[in-house]
Ligand binder design. Structure first.
Ligand code: PNW
Length: 504
C-alpha cells in the first residue's frame, strides 16, 4: 500500500464473509443531462440556476461528469477495477417529472439499462430513492417535505421503482440523510437544504415538519415493502451523523455531546426504540415539533432492516456559550434548537485535513472516531441495531484554485491524504469488528468520481477518480488503488480454510 496501516496487527486479518463494499454517489451530483429525455426540474435546478451564490462557484448540475450519458463506460471501468457494488440514487423527477402524475417512459428506460449494465459488469446495485433532488413541482404545489401530501407522492414513486427493480437490487435506501431538514450544511443556513425552507423562530417549524414527513414517508414505504410487497432485499434510510466526543469531563460538555447526537441521529432514532422523538427534542422544541400519534410511532418502530450511517468525521462537543438553560428558553438564539456547541476538530490530535467547504470546516481526518462511533451507536445509543453499514465515508480535497497552485492534476491524482483517510478509516472499521465485536456488515466509499458538492459546486472534489470537466475523462487517483488494495488484503473470498486468518 501507498500509505502505512494504522494498526500493523490487522495485517491480513479478514472481514466477515459477505462483507459488502463499494462506491457511492447520487443522481444530481453525477448525472448531468438536467433537461434531457423528459426529466422534470428538481429544487436543485432552481437553486443552482436562479439563486445567486447558492452554489459558491456558480456551477450547476447541467453537465458535470455526464454519467447519464457515460454510464456504460463508467460501469465497465468500475468492473475492470474489481469493484462489485455501486450505490447510486434515482432521480425522482426523471421518473415523475411533476413529482406525481404521468410517468416519463424515457427516464424509466434509462434506469432499466443502468441496472442491466451494472449487472453485466458484475456490479451489484444498492439504491437510494431520494438524495435531495426534490421535484420542483411538489415544492411549488405544497411546499414539498413540509406538507403531509409528500408522504403519498413519495410512496407512489417508491412503489413504482421498487416493484420494477427489487429482483436486481440488494439494499434500498429510501432517503439520504433526513438530518439535512434542519442541519446547516456548507454556507447555507439550516433548513435551506432539501426542504428549501429556512428561518429562525417560527421558521424552525418547517425544518421539523420536513423531518416528520420524511420519516413517515420512509416508514410507509418500509411497511409496504415488508408486509405487502414482501421484498427480497433490505430497506433502511441513510443517516448523516458524526461522532461527538465531550470536550472535557464536565457534566455540561457531556450533556452537549448527547444533545448533538439527539438532534442528529436521535431525531430519527425512534426506529430503534418506541418510534417517538427523543425527550430533549420534545422539551426544547415544544410546539415546533410535530406530535407522533401512537399509530405513527408503531409505523416508525422497526421500519429499518439495518442501520446506515454516513460517518465522515468527529466533533468535539462543548456547552454552548451562555449555557444551555438560556439558549433553550430563547428561540431566536442562533444555537437554538440543539443548543450544544461542537467543532470539527480531530478529538485526539489527528491531522487536520483541508476544509471541505468554503463556509464551514467540517471534515477532518480523524480515523479512530469511526471506531468509537460504531461502538457507541450499537452499544449505547441504539442497542437493538442488528447490524450496521457505513454507507458513506470520504475525504475532500482543497479547492480548485488552491489545487492549481499545488501543481494541478499531478497533486489531484497523487491524493495521499485521501489514501491515508481510507486506509485508516477502514482499519478502524475492521478493528471495531474484530476487537470490539461490533456487527459491521458493509462500507461504502464516497465518491465513485468527482461530483457536484452541493454548495461548493465542482470546486470540492470527493472522487476516487478524477473528472476532467472539459473533456469528461475519468482517471483513478492514488486513493482508488489504496482502497482496492485494502479490500484485496482483507476481503474473505472463502478460498479455503487456510487462506482465512483470524485474529481471535
Ligand atoms: C453527504 N457534515 O453530506 C451527502 O450524502 C453527499 O451528497 C455529500 O456529497 C457528501 O456527504 C460529502 O459532503 C454530508 O457537515 C455533508 O458533517 C456534510 C456533512 C456530512 C455529510
Amino acid at each position: 500500500p501507498l500509505v502505512a496501516s494504522s494498526d500493523p496487527k490487522l495485517a491480513g486479518v479478514k472481514l466477515p464473509k459477505g462483507f459488502k463494499w463499494g462506491l457511492a454517489s447520487s443522481s444530481y451530483q453525477i448525472e448531468g443531462a438536467a433537461n434531457a429525455e423528459g426529466k422534470g426540474p428538481s429544487i436543485w435546478d432552481l437553486l443552482s440556476h436562479r439563486v445567486e451564490n447558492w452554489v459558491a462557484d456558480n456551477s450547476t448540475g447541467d453537465v458535470l461528469a455526464s454519467h447519464y450519458w457515460l454510464y456504460k463506460q463508467d460501469f465497465a471501468r468500475l468492473g475492470a477495477l474489481g469493484i462489485k457494488a455501486f450505490s447510486p440514487s434515482i432521480s425522482w423527477p426523471r421518473i415523475f417529472p411533476f413529482g406525481s402524475g404521468p410517468v416519463n417512459e424515457e427516464g424509466v428506460k434509462h434506469y432499466d439499462d443502468v441496472i442491466v449494465e451494472m449487472h453485466k459488469n458484475g456490479i451489484r446495485p444498492s439504491i437510494t430513492l431520494f438524495h435531495w433532488d426534490t421535484p420542483l413541482a411538489l415544492f411549488h404545489a405544497y411546499g414539498a417535505w413540509t406538507s403531509p401530501l409528500i408522504v403519498d407522492d413519495f410512496f407512489n414513486y417508491a412503489k413504482f421503482i421498487i416493484s420494477r427493480y427489487d429482483a436486481y437490487v440488494d439494499d434500498w435506501f429510501t432517503i439520504n440523510e433526513p438530518q439535512y431538514c434542519n442541519w446547516q450544511y456548507a454556507s447555507y443556513p439550516a433548513g435551506t437544504y432539501y426542504p428549501a425552507f429556512n428561518g429562525t423562530g417560527p421558521g424552525v417549524k418547517a425544518r421539523f415538519l420536513c423531518g416528520h414527513y420524511t420519516l413517515l414517508a420512509h416508514a410507509k414505504v418500509a411497511k409496504w415493502y415488508h408486509e405487502e410487497f414482501k421484498g427480497q432485499g433490505r430497506i433502511t434510510f441513510k443517516n448523516s451523523g458524526n461522532y461527538y466526543e465531550a470536550n472535557s469531563t464536565s457534566e455540561a460538555d457531556k450533556v452537549a455531546a448527547q444533545r448533538n447526537f439527539d438532534f442528529s441521529i436521535g431525531w430519527f432514532g425512534g426506529v430503534w426504540s418506541d418510534g417517538d422523538y427523543p425527550k430533549s427534542l420534545k422539551e426544547t422544541l415544544g410546539d415546533l415539533l410535530p406530535t407522533l400519534t401512537q399509530e405513527e410511532k408503531d409505523l416508525i418502530k422497526g421500519s429499518c432492516d439495518f442501520y446506515a450511517i454516513d460517518g465522515y468525521t468527529s466533533f468535539s462537543a462543548f456547552e454552548v456559550s451562555g449555557g444551555l438553560e438560556a439558549c433553550v428558553s430563547n428561540r431566536t438564539n442562533p444555537n437554538f434548537p440543539d443548543c450544544a456547541g461542537s467543532v470539527s476538530v480531530a478529538p485526539n490530535g489527528f491531522p487536520v485535513g483541508p476544509s471541505a467547504d468554503p463556509g464551514v470546516n467540517w471534515l477532518y481526518d480523524a480515523p479512530t472516531g469511526i471506531r468509537g462511533y460504531l461502538n457507541h451507536l450499537t452499544k449505547v445509543l441504539f442497542p437493538s441495531i442488528p447490524d450496521i453499514v457505513v454507507t458513506e465515508m470520504g475525504f475532500a480535497e482543497p479547492f480548485e484554485g488552491e489545487m492549481a497552485e499545488r501543481s494541478g492534476l499531478q497533486s489531484a491524482l497523487w491524493d495521499l491524504r485521501r489514501a491515508d483517510y481510507f486506509q485508516n478509516y477502514l482499519d478502524n472499521i475492521l478493528a471495531a469488528i474484530v476487537y470490539d465485536k461490533v456487527n459491521v456488515t458493509g462500507a461504502w466509499g464516497w465518491a465513485i468520481f468527482d461530483n457536484f458538492e452541493w454548495a461548493s459546486g465542482k470546486a470540492v472534489r470527493f472522487g476516487l477518480q478524477y473528472v476532467n470537466y472539459t473533456d469528461l475523462t475519468r482517471t483513478p487517483k492514488a486513493s482508488m488503488f489504496q482502497f482496492l488494495n485494502w479490500f484485496k488484503e482483507h476481503e474473505d473470498t472463502g478460498a479455503g480454510a487456510n487462506s482465512t486468518m483470524r485474529l481471535m
